[in-house]
Every structure is written in C-alpha cells, then in structure tokens.
Unconditional design. Structure first.
Lengths: 264, 157
C-alpha cells in the first residue's frame, strides 16, 4: 500500500527540486502507477500549481508541460493535425477516459515504462525533454538514462515536416500492449520506435536506406520491418513470448509505414 | 492531518484528511455512498466522480488535490441519473448493479461532451467501465434508446 506522510503543492520548480533530492520523497503525476506500489513516501510533491498542464503550440514546435494529461494529448487539435492523429491513436486505448483525464505525460515519460504507448509515439517524433537542472536532452538519450532526482518540466516536439503513424497490438482494448510501434519519415529517413518488447521503447533508424523515400512500397516497408525486428531485443512475459513479439514487429512496422499520413 | 475545503455536489464542505487520503474515501465518508471501490488498480471505472466536470477515478486521486475544486458524484446528478437509469432498467442491462453508479457517471460525462456519439465512440468512451455480469449489449442499447429519446424531446434531429 502507498503511504504518504506529507503533501506539498509546490510554488516553484526550485522548491520541487529541493524536496525531490530526498530519496523517500516523490513527485506525483497522475499517481496511477505510484499507487500500485507498496511504498512509504515522505513528501508527495505536487507540481499541479505551476501551470505545467498546457500544450503550447508555436510556429515551429509544441511545448507539452509535464502535467498535461493523456486526454489532453488525445484531444489537442494542433498536435493531432501535425501527427495525422498518431498521438491520439497511441493513447486512445490506455484504460479509459477517466484514467486518461489524470494520467500525465510527465509521469509516462519519466517512468520510461516498457509498456508505454506514450513513450513510443514521442520517440518517433523529433522530441526533446526539458529537465529543471540538466536542461534540454533528446528523448532518445533521455529514455536510456536511469530515473534520477531531476524534474522533467516539459517535452518539446519540433514541427519538422513528417509522415507518422502508430500501431499497437493488444489482447483486448484497454489492456497493456503486447507490442507498440510508431513509425515516422523525416529528414529523409524512416524511423521506427518499438516498445513493450516488453522492454522500454527503442528507436531504430533506416540508416541503410532500405526504403528509398517517403512513399514506401510494401516490399520496402517489409524489409525495414524485418531489419527493425532483427536489431531489437525481445523477451517473454504473461502477455506474449519473445518470438511472437519479434514475429509481429515487421507486420506492425509495415502497416504503420503504409498508413503513415503526412504531417502538416 | 490537514484541512480540506472543496465543493461537493454544489455544497461547500470542509473536512479533515491525511496526506494520503484518497478522494474515494473522503467522499464516501461525507455520505456519497454511490462511489464504489471495485478494483483499486485504476481499471474498473466504478469509483468515477467528476472533478471540475471531468470524469476521474477517485480511487487514484489524492484528496488533497481537490482543494478548492468542484467534485460531483451521482448523488449530485439525481435528475439525469433517474432519467437515464430508467433506460438501463428497461433494457435489463444490469444484474448486480454494483458498477452502475460509475457507469452512469461516465455515460453522463459522455452525453455532455458528445451528445450524438457513434456506436464506436460510445464503446471507446465507456471502455474504462467494467461490468462483470453483462456483455455490455444492454448498456449499449440503453444508451442508444436514451439518446434517441433525448433527440425526440428536442423535436428530433
């Protein structure tokens, strides 16, 4: 059971950062995952008074505050126009509307959960993470770092011209995914982020140019999918075996590539 | 121990909570027994309440977080609940009824957000409300007949 000694709604990031240096203190996002833990928390640090619950669209980027909910991601017109609905596709089967109304993007990304649809889709975009002390880091780098005592303040998604699509495999809607997959074409190259293997999502870039351009043929998409599956490490858990996950990777990559709508 | 002030079903309330009190327990202690604890793993939707008119899972919300906010439970939505509930009963949608309050809350949230949902939109919006005695068909029929009734009241669409 989760036990909390003290609750503090902080009035600045610095206050949150200082409180967060103590090992038994923790920042609360949507608290869904945290609540499942058997843990004694000294101080629960709440960032919800800092105005970090907004998606700000500028000419060349989206700034997504860490307290933005998954439902906000799902319903944001600009972000979904830019990603041709891929962001909404990624979150729409996460539990239910009520869950998505409180689960936060900061919690999803900071947790670097293996099953994370959210992490998968943002990895395929040109995303950076802004931390209070460490500053701006690419998401690709951030995902590999261990959880630290810094604060994830916001995500920045740059509006590079992009084609992108999302696919996931689930036993049933609202369950954890068996495999997550986001593909994107930008800067002249295809990218595929694959997660729930069941390890956390990783990005594979088509460096060998198996795909000639933005409009991939079915054969090219299949070839890139196979290359992605070969490059990643898979494991088994109660939702599926390593072999199954590896088998369906090229299928999801191909489907997503052929569906990838052009971002605007 | 800390004092918590918020609005519950339109009335200002003040109560004493612990730092780790969950919203579900606080509203139940204040008499809102429609709010049910089903799974306690943020999955079943039985504990659904509105915070500032948005449906959330009260089993996973720290009570301290609703300071100064508006919380609504089914007790505060009696008129809508009675009206829609009659359609659920007509379809014999439920057997034990334990999931009913959470389901009604989320259905009401959907009616407000999207008064003319397609079947797929209904299934998607209510996917986070579990019922262990039905196959959801009766609930779906009751929603569709209720929406048709609401439209006919307005003179049809």
């Amino acid at each position: 059971m989760l036990q909390i000694n003290r609750y503090v709604k902080v009035s600045s990031l610095e206050e949150a950062y200082e409180l967060n240096q103590k090992k038994n203190n923790v920042i609360i996002g949507g608290m869904h995952w945290l609540k499942m833990m058997d843990r004694m928390v000294g101080t629960a640090i709440d960032l919800s008074g800092l105005g970090l619950d907004e998606i700000i669209e500028t000419e060349d980027s989206f700034e997504i505050g860490c307290m933005v909910t998954l439902r906000q991601l799902e319903q944001h017109e600009g972000l979904n126009k830019y990603t041709a609905g891929a962001v909404a596709d990624a979150v729409k089967d996460i539990v239910g509307v009520q869950f998505r109304n409180t689960a936060t993007v900061g919690g999803s990304i900071f947790g670097r959960y293996g099953f994370s649809d959210v992490l998968t889709v943002f990895l395929a975009l040109d995303t950076t993470v802004v931390c209070h002390k460490a500053g701006e880091v690419s998401l690709q780098e951030y995902v590999k770092l261990p959880q630290d005592r810094d604060i994830l303040v916001k995500l920045i998604v740059k509006k590079v011209p992009m084609a992108v699509a999302y696919q996931a495999q689930r036993h049933a809607r609202t369950d954890f995914p068996i495999l997550t997959c986001a593909v994107s074409y930008w800067n002249g190259t295809w990218h595929a982020a694959v997660g729930a293997r069941p390890g956390r999502a990783e990005l594979v870039v088509d460096e060998n140019k198996l795909v000639s351009g933005e409009t991939a043929t079915a054969e090219e998409a299949k070839a890139f999918g196979k290359a992605v599956a070969k490059q990643l490490i898979y494991n088994s858990n109660m939702r599926g075996s390593a072999e199954y996950r590896q088998q369906i990777t090229p299928v999801l990559v191909k489907r997503a590539m052929l569906a990838a709508g052009k971002g605007r | 121990m800390m004092e918590l002030k918020f609005s519950l079903n339109g009335k200002k309330v003040s109560t004493i909570i612990e730092a780790d009190s969950l919203l579900i327990d606080v509203v139940r202690d204040l008499g809102c027994l429609s709010v049910k604890r089903g799974c306690e793993t943020s999955n079943c939707g039985l504990c659904t309440v509105f915070v500032n008119d948005k449906p959330v899972l009260s089993c996973s919300v720290l009570a301290a977080r609703v300071e100064g906010q508006n919380v609504t439970t089914l007790e505060g939505l009696q008129e809508e609940a009675a009206e829609f509930g009659a359609f659920l009963a007509d379809q014999g949608a439920e057997q034990c009824g334990f999931c009913n309050p959470g389901f009604m809350m989320n259905a009401i949230a959907m009616f407000r957000e999207n008064p003319h949902p397609e079947e797929e939109e209904i299934l998607s919006y209510l996917a986070g409300n579990l019922c262990r005695c039905s196959g959801y068909e009766g609930q779906l029929r009751s929603i569709q007949t209720y929406l048709a009734f609401k439209d006919s009241q307005k003179g049809g669409v």
